[in-house]
Ligand binder design. Structure first.
Ligand SMILES: [Mn+2]
Length: 452
């Protein structure tokens, strides 16, 4: 009955009210010195395709989800007015084609004034009359669908203040992220088992969904299930349906979702216990060494730079390239094998917001010219949650690019050819920063449910 622990929401209920206090204070600050008295946050709308009556899958606006874990509820609106109990306009369409939303009954209902509406036309009746005092926060591009006469949509200074707040997680959010890690880990364990049985990428993906109890639409991002050379493609997007004749390596990057919060976990496995397994062990150890370097007030980019130095040392030791650590980094040889960022914020979005915000007023930290793909360059602070995900890939395109500059001779092509059929390695954990040290949500989840 292991599942009871994972579905128990009692602890979440206890910490939800202090989560709401944080969100409320954040909004009060965000609309200070603005003309706004009301913040209206939409849950999102079902988006139709052009010339088709089959809509895109629905995903809740993360700004709404942070207040209310309503994941399948389009056309709901949260109205926050200064010093008042927030109002939830709860949309319950009555039609005979779809299952109507259930009446709200969850632990959060007492914190909101709930108004149930049955049609879109009714919504406007419940919005504040002075539209100039309203800001609407929506993730919908089709803003003209709102006939609400609200002029201020996603006003930048308010969004910046919220985004800055979103980068420091409350205990409620951290508990959701823990639960998302646990679900993903159950999927990862089954996926590895299926790989060892020789299953196809498609079968592994289906087993992952089943074990993590996610339909495809519920996943926070499309799973990357890559066998052999496919593992060299950073965002490999297909699922081969045929079994692969000579399985060698398996790279899985797959997450899960809880109350809208995501996990984002990568692992790499060797089919046989061989030399490639020892490379995986090396990257795995390196990843943990990088995690050990995390310190409050350090810039995240410092970790990224240290990761490059570690990769330089590693590729030199395993014979992929020749040269000193310094010259391998300086000549961007490490970028060939490790072309992506070391990590990113994680939360309601897989690549969560605020990675370049210096303060709630919206001052931006400069992006690095040297490392343009790094999505996070903030000072590390308590209760940030981010990923640490070094990788080592053999990517033909990048190796060929090195041919046009003089650095090609630093590469050891024979060793590269040996590694090529394995594709690549990535090890990714989700890390919460503590006052001293870290909480590794991912490794804790793996340790909690050991493979039997
Ligand atoms: Mn990631």
């Amino acid at each position: 009955m292991k599942d009871i622990k994972y579905t128990n929401t009692k602890y979440l209920e206890e910490i939800y009210s202090s989560h709401l206090d944080v969100l409320t204070n954040e909004l009060v600050e965000a609309i200070k010195n603005t003309p706004f008295r009301y913040v209206i946050i939409s849950s999102g709308a079902i988006k139709d395709r052009r010339m088709d009556d089959n809509p895109f899958p629905f995903k809740t606006n993360p700004y709404f989800c942070r207040w209310l874990p309503l994941l399948e509820h389009p056309n709901c609106y949260l109205i926050y007015e200064l010093n008042k109990k927030p109002v939830l306009i709860y949309f319950q369409e009555i039609d005979f084609w779809h299952k109507s939303a259930e009446l709200p009954s969850s632990f959060w209902i007492n914190y909101f004034e709930i108004i149930i509406v049955n049609s879109m036309d009714e919504i406007n009746n419940h919005l504040p009359s002075n539209k100039k005092e309203c800001i609407l926060i929506t993730d919908d591009y089709l803003e003209d669908r709102y006939n609400f006469e609200i002029i201020s949509i996603n006003t930048k200074n308010v969004i910046n203040a919220i985004n800055y707040g979103r980068s420091i997680k409350t205990e409620y959010e951290i508990e959701c992220l823990r639960k998302a890690s646990r679900s993903a880990v159950r999927g990862h364990q089954v996926a590895n088992k299926k790989f060892k049985e020789g299953a196809s990428e498609f079968d592994i993906h289906m087993s992952y969904c089943k074990a993590s109890k996610h339909s495809e639409n519920e996943l926070p991002y499309k799973t990357i299930i890559a066998i052999n050379k496919n593992a060299s493609i950073l965002h490999y997007q297909h699922y081969q349906k045929q079994k692969i004749k000579n399985p060698r390596s398996f790279l899985i990057d797959a997450g899960a979702s809880y109350n809208g919060y995501a996990s984002d976990i990568s692992r790499t496995y060797a089919y046989n216990c061989n030399e490639f397994q020892s490379l995986i062990d090396g990257i795995d150890q390196m990843q943990q060494e990088i995690i050990d370097l995390i310190e409050i007030d350090m810039d995240y980019i410092e970790l990224h730079i240290m990761a490059h130095e570690k990769i330089a040392d590693f590729i030199q030791q395993i014979g992929l390239a020749n040269g000193s650590i310094e010259s391998l980094v300086k000549n961007k040889i490490t970028d060939i094998f490790f072309p992506h960022g070391l990590g990113h914020f994680l939360g309601l979005q897989v690549h969560d917001v605020g990675g370049f915000l210096e303060n709630p007023q919206g001052k931006e930290i400069n992006r690095s010219d040297r490392y343009p793909f790094l999505r996070l360059n903030r000072k590390i602070q308590e209760n940030q949650v981010f990923t640490i995900e070094p990788g080592l890939y053999v990517i033909d395109l990048l190796i060929n690019k090195a041919k046009v500059n003089g650095t090609y001779k630093m590469l050891n092509l024979k060793q590269i050819e040996w590694l090529k059929p394995y594709g690549g390695i990535r090890i990714e954990d989700n890390i919460r920063v503590l006052d001293k040290g870290i909480e590794n949500l991912t490794r804790n989840a793996f340790n909690e449910s050991p493979v039997n």
